[in-house]
Design a protein around this ligand. Structure first.
Ligand code: ZN
Length: 372
């Protein structure tokens, strides 16, 4: 039922639209137009003004003729840099890449294109298979830790189950679990002094930071991961550095473990700063909250069935990244992050096979037509 040529054409068109985070105006207009052409009325919220962006969350309710609760289908509108001047190149073997100068934007335009194609099928004249109602949600600024979706009014959503098409894996994979991600920043302030004339008058902020970092275990620590990501400080070779800033992150599938590890890290920074007589400012920010959706839940059962319908093996997995699904689950919507077959995301090597794009759209159609 999916029209592969139409789908690829639509994907190429989506890719050609510039869509940096906070600059999704043209993308949002394009998707809204496509929905209107299908007789679906989109609603854009006022998130753009709240995040200083160009587009809000684009939502639509698609009526169904089966007496079943709706399901929510979602994909984000923005693409990581380089997101402007993108051009999709379809190769003889079916692989679609960028021209090598930018990202392709399959993350997450493969999700957008696959959802639009499935909607096009059910709205085609002559399509006479009964289907359930569907809600669709396309959000801006997902790549900047889901800044757009955070401002969406979830009371609008009627669905209790969601499928977020934003996983870089083979079609058939879906993630039911994602970690909490907490970023932190430790700012050491010592005392500047001339490094040649009076070094003993200085308090060396970089040495203090280095001593603290040395005590922090990085990599896998229990069921969490810890990383020191950046260190900046000092002002000149002949000055004892007054300032040094260290940033990093903690991830864990258990939210309490992530917080506990963060406390340990803060304690190390504080104690070492005190040893060096440095002042310390320590701040942290929770970027995502961990979630777990039971693989026995109907949202997963329907996914298994839909995969079976299209002849692919279903695999439920964990993802180490955050997505809009973290927010859905915390608003009481049980969601899965579903793979579209996109690969090499967040780089100019990103690609997707046209067969996988078609399979993803078939999977979506199967979910919409599902009678469970
Ligand atoms: Zn994505």
């Amino acid at each position: 039922m999916i029209n592969i040529e139409r789908l690829i054409k639509s994907f190429i068109e989506l890719v050609s639209i510039d869509n940096p985070s906070y600059g999704e105006r043209a993308m949002c207009d394009f998707i809204a137009d496509r929905l209107r052409c299908l007789g679906i009325t989109p609603f854009e919220d006022d998130t753009a003004s709240k995040i200083g962006g160009a587009a809000g969350n684009l939502y639509a309710y698609v009526e169904g003729d089966l007496d079943l609760p709706p399901i929510l289908l979602s994909a984000h509108m923005d693409t990581v840099e380089l997101s402007c001047g993108k051009q999709a190149v379809v190769h003889d073997d079916g692989r679609i890449t960028s021209d090598g100068k930018t990202t392709l934007g399959a993350d997450d335009l493969s999700g957008v294109a696959a959802i639009l194609e499935a909607l096009t099928v059910i709205k085609s004249p002559g399509f006479n298979i009964k289907h359930r109602p569907v809600e669709v949600l396309f959000d801006p600024a997902e790549e900047t830790y889901c800044e757009g979706i955070k401002h969406f009014d979830f009371s609008m959503i009627k669905s209790k189950e969601a499928y977020v098409f934003d996983l870089s894996e083979s079609v058939g994979y879906a993630a039911n679990e994602a970690p909490s991600i907490i970023s932190f920043k430790a700012e050491f302030t010592g005392r500047a002094a001339h490094a040649g004339f009076a070094p003993e008058e200085g308090i060396h902020a970089i040495k203090a930071a280095a001593a603290a970092i040395n005590q922090i275990n990085c990599g896998h620590v229990g069921n969490t991961t810890v990383n020191i990501g950046t260190i900046t400080g000092g002002s000149a070779d002949n000055i004892v550095p007054e300032r040094c800033t260290v940033t990093g992150e903690v991830r864990s599938f258990n939210s309490d473990d992530a917080k506990m590890r963060l406390c340990e890290i803060e304690a190390i920074f504080r104690s070492v700063a005190a040893d060096f007589s440095c002042k310390l400012d320590f701040t942290s920010k929770t970027l995502c909250d961990a979630y777990y959706v039971d693989p026995e839940h109907p949202v997963a059962q329907r996914f298994y069935k839909a995969c079976d319908d299209i002849g692919v093996k279903a695999t439920i997995c964990r993802t180490y990244g955050g997505s809009d699904n973290n927010h859905f689950v915390h608003h009481g919507i049980n969601g899965l992050v579903v793979a579209t077959g996109m690969r090499g995301c967040h780089s100019s090597r990103e690609y997707i096979n046209s067969d996988d794009l078609a399979l993803t759209s078939e999977l979506i159609l199967s979910l919409i037509l599902s009678e469970v």
